[in-house]
Each structure stands twice: as C-alpha cells, then as structure tokens.
Ligand binder design. Structure first.
Ligand SMILES: Nc1ncnc2c1ncn2[C@@H]1O[C@H](COP(=O)(O)OP(=O)(O)OP(=O)(O)O)[C@@H](O)[C@H]1O
Length: 258
C-alpha cells in the first residue's frame, strides 16, 4: 500500500509542478442519514489529473453516495469536495455538472433522436452542435454516423449507454464519474464502453472515478483502487495487487467477487 501511495504522491507532485493542485480532492467528507446513521465517515482522497480511480466495496458501503457528492447530486458539506482547488459548493451547480459529468448504471435518454440527445447540453448554454460535431462525439463513444438520426427509443441498452457517454462528452467534462456504467451491458458492449473510456483517458487526459462490482473491470481500467467498507476508505491499492488487501472485510469481499 505504501509504495502505491508513494507512486500517487509522485504523480501528485508532477501535477503540483505543472498545475499546482490535484484535479479533485475530497477532504474529510461526512454524511449522516436523516435517521442519524453514518453513511460516509470522513472520506479523504486526492486525485491527480488524468488518473482513473476505481472504487469497490460491499453493497451499501457508500460508493454511490461518494460519487453523488462529487457533482452535487447530493449536496456535500462545504469545503469537503474541491475541483481544481475550488470548493464545489461555491460553483454554479450546472457549470460544475458540465465539468464533472456522470454516467449511471442505466442510461436515461430523452425522447427524440440520438443527435437531439447529444445536442442537449450544449443547447442549454446556447451552442448548437453541427452534425459533424455530433458525429465526432459519437465516434468518441465508439458509435458511427449511422446513429445520428436514430430514435433514442430504438437503441439497445449498450448503444444507449454509449449515446449517454457522447451526451456527457458534449459538455467537454474534465472529470467523469462512472457509477457501474456497464453492469447492465453484455460483454461486447462492456468492452466497447471500456475501450472508449480508456481512449478518453489516454488521449484527453480525462480524470475518472469509476464504481464497479467487477474486480476484473477495475483491473482493466483503474490506475488505483479505493476499497470502501462501511463508509470508510479502508485500503488504497494497486489494481494488480488487490490480493494484498489487509482489511478483513476487504479480503472477504475480494475473495467472493469476480
Ligand atoms: N437518501 C438516503 N437516505 C438515507 N440513507 C441513504 C440514502 N442514500 C443512501 N443511503 C444509505 O447509505 C448507504 C450507502 O448507500 P450507497 O448507495 O452509497 O451504497 P453503495 O456502496 O453504492 O451500494 P451498492 O453497491 O448497493 O450500489 C446505504 O446504507 C443506503 O441505504
């Protein structure tokens, strides 16, 4: 664990030399349910630009809650989540969500064509994307131009998830939050989405936080893995050394998951 943290620190140092800050920082993030039950118990995490962080952990450990805090689908306490050193609670929420896009387990497309969906975000800020621009976004999500005028209602779940990715990318996000984005997809669609994500990370340096129940997927995608148990990060691990987890719940979880 310590060598990975050293590596991360090195990456962080590179970022500090370049831009002076981690891309995202979560600082002692707490959440207690309305009934008084702790959901997140002081999560702290620094994510350098261009790093893909995988988040794994048992059901109910707080993974989705953590992601939702990062783009204010759940409003975190002030001064607990920072984007480029700025407290996200101080940012306009819509511009935050353009910078920090999110993909969910199931894509929720609007009625209309694929192009309508991809144009949606830029339209809100008064920008009309041309067909060529829409096609470029579709290509980033591994879809070809034949999808442009298809009705969103006709798509398979895998295709719809890629359109949802293109729609998110239309906002030019700097960070992508991925909440089990392939758990409803077949292996080929999963492979397509993973390939698109890795390309975005490699070519555009996009920072990502991905929640997944698939250890193998996390190993294919993530640079570093956070193990969340009962609202706490109990381990930060190298994806290829997950078997070295020390926390007993983490060991059990890793033995039982594929
Ligand atoms: N709005 C809410 N009000 C009260 N409790 C909540 C709320 N949202 C989530 N919780 C509780 O917080 C805990 C963490 O939920 P969360 O969805 O973040 O877990 P998770 O790790 O993503 O789970 P899963 O892997 O099953 O998706 C759970 O016990 C859940 O019941």
């Amino acid at each position: 664990m310590s060598s990975l943290i050293d590596e991360l620190k090195e990456q962080l140092l590179e970022v500090e030399n370049g831009e002076g800050h981690p891309k995202m920082e979560v600082r002692d993030l707490l959440r207690v349910s309305d009934a008084g039950v702790p959901i997140l118990k002081g999560i702290s995490l620094e994510i350098p630009k261009g790093v893909i962080v995988g988040v794994i952990g048992p059901s109910g450990s707080g993974k989705s809650t953590l992601l939702r805090a990062v783009n204010r689908l759940w409003e975190p306490p002030s001064a607990s989540v920072f984007l480029d050193s700025r407290d996200i609670c101080q940012l306009d929420v819509l511009s935050l969500r353009r910078k920090v896009g999110m993909l969910f387990q199931l894509p929720a497309l609007f009625e209309g064509t694929v192009a309508d969906n991809v144009r949606y975000g830029p339209n809100l800020s008064g920008k009309k994307l041309s067909d060529v621009e829409v096609c470029k976004l579709l290509m980033l999500a591994d879809l070809d131009a034949s999808f442009l005028q298809k009705s969103a209602a006709e798509l398979s779940v895998g295709q719809a998830q890629r359109v949802a990715l293109a729609r998110t990318l239309a906002n030019s996000p700097e960070v992508l939050l991925l909440d089990e984005p392939t758990s409803a997809l077949d292996p080929i669609s999963t492979e397509n989405i993973e390939a698109a994500l890795l390309k975005l990370n490699k070519n555009n340096g996009m920072t990502m936080i991905m929640v997944s129940h698939s250890i193998k997927q996390i190993q294919r995608i993530a640079d570093v893995v956070c193990l969340l148990v009962d609202g706490e990060i109990v381990e930060i691990l190298n994806p290829n050394q997950l078997s070295q987890a020390n926390h007993p719940m983490a060991q059990r979880f890793l033995q039982l998951t594929t």
